[in-house]
Write a protein that binds this ligand. Structure first.
Ligand code: SF4
Length: 224
């Protein structure tokens, strides 16, 4: 049985190895947004909506096409829906996402003076914004410690044995106990990259994985 202290040490070691091993790999969409536009909460929020159920390799170029037309809520609501749909296609659910972005932008103008709120309660009050999006915006845009748990983070944290959980909500709570707070944002960034390139959902690349010696591969039945 591992103690919390042992798990914390292992989690910290994994982060350190991944910081080196992920260099040169494709960046998560949120990191690309920050590199290109800075820590703009509105652009990070919109890009996060575009990335839901869509690969970063599709959502990132779609974000850039959309932000060519509009970078603020007031610019966004001035756009015809067809322009937004055309810009973000082929993101999954592009029609619904267009409606959501327009509604969200109007809501930000009506309730928050056009600014994205910097707290979880208000973020979660925006239509279509769940914990994953709220935590990503808090962490990436405002640098407020938050753990964004998506499918990659949930899957890999369990394979690594850092948590033993069934849902993303449970994973978020469990990770808060085993990760030092200063690593919460970084852990998400690194694990998302690892999940897209190495620890993929089906048949992960365990034979060449940089963190294999620190990974019990829990639940992995097939690997390369
Ligand atoms: S050893 Fe395999 S299961 Fe563990 S992190 Fe690496 S790729 Fe994923």
């Amino acid at each position: 049985m591992q103690t919390d202290h042992t798990v914390q040490e292992r989690a910290t070691k994994i982060v350190k190895i991944l910081q080196r091993a992920t260099q040169g790999m494709a960046l998560p969409a949120a990191t690309s947004i920050v590199n290109e536009y800075g820590r703009d909460p509105y652009l990070i929020l919109v890009s996060c909506i575009l990335s839901l159920r869509t690969k970063d390799s599709v959502s990132w170029p779609a974000s850039r096409r959309l932000f060519f037309y509009a970078k603020t809520p007031s610019q966004m609501i001035a756009l015809p829906a067809e322009t937004i749909q055309k810009a973000i296609y082929p993101c999954g659910f592009y029609r619904q996402k267009t409606a959501q972005i327009l509604e969200l932008s109007a809501d930000l103008l009506a309730r928050f003076g056009g600014k994205v709120p910097d707290n979880e309660k208000d973020l979660l009050s925006l239509k279509g914004v769940g914990r994953k999006t709220a935590n990503l915006v808090l962490g990436v845009a405002f640098e407020i410690p938050a753990i964004c748990v998506d499918v990659h983070v949930h899957r890999i944290s369990n394979r690594l044995g850092l948590v033993q959980t069934k849902t993303v909500e449970e994973t978020e709570e469990a990770l808060k106990k085993v990760l030092p707070q200063n690593l919460w944002i970084e852990y998400n960034r690194l694990i998302v990259i690892w999940g897209q390139n190495v620890c993929v959902p089906q048949s992960p690349f365990c034979s060449t994985c940089a963190i294999a010696t620190a990974c019990p591969r829990i639940g992995v039945t097939r690997s390369r």
